[in-house]
Design a protein around this ligand. Structure first.
Ligand code: GAR
Length: 205
């Protein structure tokens, strides 16, 4: 059965768009129930509207602190009936304790580097500037840490021939689009068991 998904995005939304395309083409068995964004100018909003997906804007400026902002997000997630929450270029840390607790091991993020190398912003530029020959992508569960939750999936990507950080980012992004949709699909076909830092996939029978 299709996995019910909520997407959180802050910007361009190319991972969100790729996910929707993959669903449409039948490659990913998921249903996106809501897009939540902290950025009223995010191009991701137009992508959602075009696909008939409800959009909720939740901005920090409307709340006294991050805990109450994330409580609003939690209420919207509950209302949407989402089973998993997909962060697709959501550039805020989730700080709400209750949100993290209620959706423990159900919030996933994609990061454009091979974690634990190059966490945080501009990971592709960090890797390129460091002179790394191999970088990659990581899909992981979100917890209280910055880009350090249990790892679901990783792919190594050769950036040795890239001539700029932008070129490396582009190469990684193409792979992100495919990998993220595959991981989302895997939630429809089984479940992930988290044992400490290790994540094990158990396919449904
Ligand atoms: C993607 O490269 C994603 O991996 C990255 O932001 C970009 C969003 O692009 N996320 C992070 O760096 C999270 N730490 P998109 O809006 O086109 O999907």
């Amino acid at each position: 059965m299709a996995v019910k998904v909520a997407v959180l995005a802050s910007g361009r939304g190319s991972n969100f768009k790729a996910l929707l395309e993959s669903i449409k083409s039948g490659k990913c068995d998921a249903q996106v129930r809501v897009l939540i964004t902290n950025n009223p100018d995010a191009p991701a909003i137009a992508i959602a509207k075009q696909a008939g997906i409800p959009v909720e804007i939740v901005q920090g400026k409307d709340f006294p602190d991050r805990e109450s902002m994330d409580e609003r997000i939690r209420a919207l997630l509950d209302k949407s009936g989402a089973e998993i929450v997909v962060l697709a270029g959501y550039m805020l840390l989730i700080k709400g304790k209750k949100l993290l607790e209620s959706y423990r091991h159900r919030i996933i993020n994609i990061h454009p580097a091979l974690l634990p190398a190059f966490p945080g912003a501009d990971a592709q530029k960090q890797a390129f500037d460091y002179g790394a020959k191999i970088s990659g992508l990581t899909i992981h569960f979100v917890d209280e840490s910055l880009d350090a939750g249990p790892i679901i999936h990783q792919e190594a990507i050769d950036i040795s021939l890239c001539r700029s950080a932008d070129e490396a980012a582009k190469k990684i992004l193409e792979r992100e689009h495919e990998a993220y949709a595959k991981v989302v699909d895997s939630f429809a076909k089984g479940k992930y068991v988290v044992e400490g830092r290790r994540v094990r996939y158990v396919p449904a029978r």
